[in-house]
Ligand binder design. Sequence first.
Ligand code: AMP
Ligand code: ZN
Length: 474
Amino acid sequence: MAEQKIMLYNSLTRIKDQFVPIDQQNVRMYVCGPTVYDLAHIGNARPVVVFDVLYRVLRHIFGIRSVTYVRNITDVDDKINQRALEDYPNVPLNEAINLITTKTEAQFHQDISALEVLDPTFEPRATGHIPEMRDFINNLISRGNAYVAEDHVLFDVSSMSDYGSLSYRTLNDMEAGVRIEVAPYKKKPMDFVLWKPSKKDEPSWVSPGNIKAKGRPGWHIECSAMSERYLGKVFDIHGGGIDLIFPHHENEIAQSRCAHGTELMAQVWMHNGFLKVEGEKMSKSLGNVIAIRDLLETKKFGNRIWSGPAIRIAMLTTHYRQPINWTVAALIEAEKTYTRWVNIHTTHNIDAAPHLTDTILSHLCNDLNTPGAIAELHSLANSAEKGSKTAAEELSVNARFLGISFEDHHKVQSDLPISASRIDQLIAARSAARQEKNWADADRIRNELNGMGIRLMDRKHPETGKIITTWQIK
Ligand code: AMP
Ligand code: ZN
């Protein structure tokens, strides 16, 4: 057993308890990833950063090769279809969807790389796992947990005696709260969709349950099928934002436990609190949705651009379970902190790397107490400013462990003659040209970017076979 105990708050038991992995050689974590139809906003960045810190801690305690981290990409969704129709009205729907999801996935990776997030071990796309979802649903039907109605497959919540155990609500309470009209094909109002028919031109696959019409999976089944595929029937940690507890995680649990006949889907369920902007809920109607890239590249928030490490510091200064208020004032503070740490690092000319300090590690192992760890970094900075080289070294190594290193990614980007969003637009235009076999245009765009010092890299997605283009500064 690893020496340092890890304590984690479990939403399922509502208790903070010692974390003991099922298999120490393979600690398994699944986190719900983005639905790829629009730029990731700063609220989406929260689970990405929080669970990245947990991933780093687990790797430190159990060994780099002993942790498997899965964060999925949801690329089948009504919102994606809607966006494809709006953005590419003249392109066949399936191609338009492909353009939207490929572009948004690349943007997501670009944006979070500025936040120094480690790559997960696997990043499966839902569309790469439809056969697994179909098998999963057929299994639920044969076990009597799901039924077919009007070309839909529904999960029968009354077939599970303790449905609601994550959100601590009983079926009766939930039913009493149903206000909207219940779809006619449902036996019970809380029954949820596992599979539904596709509308004309929408992406569709052979259906489970001997349904003749082609269709597509519901959202919850994606995570049940993909987590089983990569992590097995019962795994260690499942994470996501607090908004996912109900219905998404409750329904993932119902599907997985019923399909596998297990008491648990994951041992520990962890949820980050919500992020608000200057005290308000982010919403399109208020016009206060802030994309990660707005902070990195435009002066939309606080009339200046912000560095990736400062964003990360601001994010980790609040404990992950607390709500976070994203303010210009907090970012100014974080930017000051970062500049101060960079100065210490450069003045002391740090190259040696001592070990992680025990105090910082024990804060992190105490339910990811990142504010405690950051407070320690401040006190190391104080000692370093008084002349302690050891403190300066410790500051560097501990900050780097937290994903805050002292090379400013943002500066690298802003030296370019073109913004990252413009690069993405050009990449999307090139993909569209390639789809139309307009090689001349596609090459022209590649050469244009090349002339600006940007190299494009195409790779085939291992599951879907689609080409994903990313870029790099030469
Ligand atoms: P989505 O792309 O909407 O499925 O969300 C991806 C992840 O971001 C999920 O884990 C959500 O819980 C999380 N998330 C979305 N909005 C916020 C927010 N305002 N604050 C914190 N987490 C959020
Ligand atoms: Zn999920």
